[in-house]
Design a binder for this molecule. Sequence first.
Ligand SMILES: [Fe+2]
Length: 171
Amino acid sequence: MPQTKTIRDVKRLARQHYALDSEGIHGPSHWERVCENGLYLARHSEADSTIVQLFSCLHDCCRENEQDDPGHGERAAVFSETLRDQLLLSDEDFAKLRYACTWHTDGRTSDDPTIGACWDADRLDLGRVFPAGPDPRYFSTPVARHPEVMRWALACSRGEDRLPPAYVKDA
Ligand SMILES: [Fe+2]
């Protein structure tokens, strides 16, 4: 019986698997911001915080370059399969994690609160490469579209250390 992996274990395995510069734009510092963004979205929605955390460290861990790298989402989903028996996830939740990893590269949106939170958490960190930050039309969740949330995440994506907005209401 394989031993259950914690989120910390999965983060460590994803770092070990990551073949690119660990200081690069798709590396662990990006994963940490995606994780923080995703946990914030989960606190203010129905999104599953465990799936969001797993997505944050897995979605880019199989990249082969820092450009478009088609297929890196599918490779992340395949990598997640190697951990399947060691994650305390239902089949339905694992399928969501796999789907979120596979399709995070395609500019899609989702009505599923957890898949939407995964993709929005990633897009909220776009300011590290696009100074204007993400286009809110591509967000799936109302929380990510909130101006205060976008401002906070944009500042963090540019390397500022900022506390998240304490309270989110409809914009
Ligand atoms: Fe990413």
